[in-house]
Write a protein that binds this ligand. Structure first.
Ligand code: ZN
Length: 269
């Protein structure tokens, strides 16, 4: 029977998962030639660049210590860590009276939009893309448009610039993707949602005006009940641009952070 040894050194008589010749022994603090060779081999491990690394930089850390806040949105209830909310939302940061016994009441906001927000707070990701395939993939695509627009309006109320900038990037990326054409099925609804929950200088309003001016056809512009503020913005864009412009791909084109606040893209590491 071959001699056996433990995982961490010479055999002490206990059962081991390894058996075979005794390996080179290393003294602490002394690098033998064999040890150096093994290290070099490990650093040039074939295919190492393809190994998935699940670690994230500490700039993506989430503070899950301390109390939680109960958020009541429409008919649903969400529990979010106070420190996580405070870090992101200027509105909640100033709401000092909101302790663990209180609840944040947002009955007029959309449940799916808040679910999107609560997941984004912890992951920095917009988890909304429908799965490909299935008969209802188109309706899921159109539903995603509306949830994203409602999420933007939620970010406006919570004064969360990073979230708004992330959501507007998601809307632009969706429009530039293969399902971008589905926007025209709900574009009028998106205009009503965005204009109903943002201020006059909102970059999301400019995004909607650019979308229509750059890409809408006469057949996609048949709604007579669009908000007058939007029609004014669209007319103004039309007067300043004779030719249709492609939607800008500049990174911060539709971001609200301005010069005083770092872009979320620069801070996520
Ligand atoms: Zn930016």
């Amino acid at each position: 029977m071959a001699s056996s040894r433990s995982l961490f050194g010479p055999s002490t008589g206990a059962a081991s998962i390894f058996s075979g010749p005794t390996p080179p022994q290393y003294k602490l603090g002394v690098k033998s030639d064999a040890f150096s060779t093994a290290l070099a081999a490990a650093s040039s491990f074939p295919g190492a660049q393809h190994v998935h690394d699940p670690r994230l930089p500490l700039s993506r850390d989430v503070d899950t210590s301390g109390g939680v806040v109960t958020c009541r949105v429409d008919s649903a209830t969400f529990i979010v860590h106070r420190a996580v909310l405070d870090k992101s939302s200027e509105f909640l940061k100033t709401l000092a009276s909101l302790d663990s016994e209180s609840a944040l009441l947002l009955p007029h906001q959309n449940t799916e939009a808040f679910a999107l927000y609560s997941k984004w707070l912890y992951t920095s990701a917009i988890i909304s893309t429908p799965k490909d395939g299935g008969d209802s993939s188109t309706s899921k695509d159109t539903a995603e448009w509306k949830v994203l627009a409602k999420a933007y309006v939620l970010g406006e109320e919570l004064i969360d610039v990073d979230f708004k900038d992330t959501v507007i990037d998601a809307l632009r990326a969706k429009f530039k993707s293969k399902e971008g054409g589905t926007v025209w099925e709900v574009a009028a609804d998106l205009v009503r949602i965005i204009y109903g929950g943002t201020s006059a200088d909102s970059t999301a309003r400019r995004f909607m005006a650019d979308l229509y001016h750059g890409y809408a056809l006469a057949s996609t512009f048949e709604e007579r009940s669009l908000p007058s503020d939007f029609l004014f913005d669209l007319a103004r864009v039309g007067l300043t641009r004779v030719l249709k412009n492609q939607m800008s791909c500049a990174r911060c084109e539709y971001h609200e952070h301005g010069a005083d606040k770092a872009c979320y893209l620069d801070r996520r590491g």
